[in-house]
Write a protein that binds this ligand. Structure first.
Ligand code: PRP
Length: 190
């Protein structure tokens, strides 16, 4: 049913699996002796965090934060707000932030700054998607699943008005699904 709203696939289910299998040896090499704290940024991280952590065969801890930047629309917002904080101390820990997408870079920069300020030993980022064309803050993620062009995408955690997160792949919505106001913003972001 959700499939009917999708114009085209950007990252398919098999490709997501291939990406995770490619990331696994890199992450194992860098973290298998460090007992890292994986920090998922809610809500978009959930499918990727779930699939990724199940493939990692070493000791790690899971934590979550809810940090907003998009506020339900299609373009990035200037403010970053912490809605839910971590309930695990980060001082001295090796932190791997798990993101569905890095777009403007504001969210990730704000969270990284906060975790460094709190005394984390190291802070790196693994993101399923990187959209370098959306950057307002210069930043290159440490582990990248796939670079995508400056499109507004949904699925596998990414939402439009809090829907489509449960789509098992990443795709572009058909134009008729957007409100007319959001459609204009989407076109401007191409
Ligand atoms: C989205 C996404 C990233 C962030 C990327 O989260 O999950 O965390 O925006 O955007 P940026 O690089 O421009 O800051 P959002 O705030 O929409 O919350 P969500 O995960 O609940 O959808």
């Amino acid at each position: 049913m959700l499939d009917n709203d999708i114009e085209k696939t950007v990252v398919s289910e098999p490709e997501i699996e291939t990406i995770i299998q490619r990331l696994k040896p890199e992450l194992t090499r860098d973290y298998e002796t460090k007992f890292p704290l994986l920090v998922g940024l809610l809500n978009g991280c959930v499918p990727f965090m779930s699939d990724l952590c199940k493939r990692l065969d070493f000791h790690l801890e899971l934590g979550f934060m809810d940090v907003s930047s998009y506020h339900g629309g299609v373009t990035s917002h200037h403010d970053v707000k912490i809605e839910k904080d971590l309930d695990v101390p980060v001082k001295g820990r090796h932190i791997l932030i798990v993101e569905d997408i890095v777009d403007s870079g504001r969210t990730i920069k704000a969270v990284m700054d906060l975790l460094h300020y709190r005394g984390a030993e190291s802070v790196k980022v693994v993101t399923l998607l990187d959209k370098p064309g959306g950057r307002n803050v210069p930043y290159v993620p440490d582990y990248i699943g796939k670079h995508i062009p400056n499109l507004f995408v949904v699925g596998y955690g990414l939402d439009y008005q809090n829907r489509y997160r449960n789509l098992p792949y990443v795709g572009v919505l058909k134009e008729e699904i957007y409100t007319s106001e959001d459609l204009e913003k989407t076109k401007n972001s191409h």
